[in-house]
Design a protein around this ligand. Structure first.
Ligand code: FES
Length: 110
């Protein structure tokens, strides 16, 4: 049986939101942010989740998800702005049951 996980997302205005993300819809963190409209339309998910735009950059605030980036993600973040040690691309983080309690902040617009 599938279930939702609870994720805490701080938007670009500093407001923290508690959201429920489904684990059975093949979604990623970027798509969850979009579906709850936590970032202005057109400022996130520009490449459609291909690790080619960095508009979905997030700062990971707890250890629920690994900070290890995949090679495409690493290459994109190398070129992006506002990158920190805890930056990940939201589109490269699939929603799985392991993400329960994840806390993240959406990075400033690129
Ligand atoms: S949506 Fe473009 S890198 Fe994630």
């Amino acid at each position: 049986m599938s279930q939702d996980v609870t994720i805490y997302i701080t938007d670009r205005n500093g407001q923290r939101h508690e959201v429920q993300a489904p684990t059975d819809m093949n979604m990623n963190v970027m798509e969850v942010i979009r579906s709850y409209e936590l970032a202005e339309e057109g400022t996130i998910g520009i490449c459609g989740g291909m690790a080619m735009c960095a508009s979905c950059q997030c700062y990971i605030l707890n250890d629920v998800v690994s900070l290890e980036r995949n090679p495409e993600e690493e290459a994109m973040l190398w070129e992006a702005y506002h990158v920190k040690d805890n930056s990940r691309l939201g589109c490269q983080i699939p929603i799985t049951e392991d993400l329960e309690g994840l806390e993240l902040e959406i990075a400033p617009e690129q």
